[in-house]
Design a protein. Structure first.
Length: 150
């Protein structure tokens, strides 16, 4: 049941602006999942969902799930990334992305979802993201791709 519920959570946050756990709980109930707030909270934690600033200035849940994304999801990730990032640079095979305070987690989720094939891994703090690529060439390519989103 939890697999099916978590799949539904991904669908819900991809197609709705979900700002709170209560919002997610209501939307899940509308889909036939009778869940408690503690279950929603546990799912959010285990699925590594983060809150990010969307295109309209709302903080909402996003996923760093690296599966395929549809056009609407892709645009949402691009909007989140573009509104979060101050600068992008690289050193060797490491890409450093400076973000506005509190927005790095969402921007990192966007990178993980949109460019999982280009990065070996990412780490996000409060205002900085480290994306590690295989080679310096890959880092240069990723920087170009990311800057095109701004």
């Amino acid at each position: 049941m939890s697999k099916l519920r978590r799949k539904k959570i991904l669908e819900i946050i991809a197609s709705n602006v979900v700002e709170t756990q209560e919002d997610l709980q209501k939307l899940l109930k509308n889909e036939g999942f009778d869940v408690t707030q503690s279950t929603v909270s546990r799912d959010i934690k285990q699925m590594h969902l983060v809150k990010a600033l969307d295109g309209e200035g709302n903080y909402c849940y996003v996923s760093n799930y690296s599966g395929s994304v549809n056009n609407e999801q892709k645009q949402r990730f691009i909007d989140i990334f573009a509104k979060s990032v101050e600068s992008i640079n690289y050193a060797m095979n490491d890409v450093i992305i400076k973000c506005y305070v509190g927005t790095a987690q969402g921007a990192c989720a966007a990178i993980d979802s949109l460019y999982s094939d280009m990065v070996l891994g990412t780490i996000a703090g409060d205002d900085t993201i480290l994306a590690v690529t295989k080679t310096e060439y890959d880092a240069i390519k990723l920087v170009k791709e990311l800057k095109s989103l701004l």
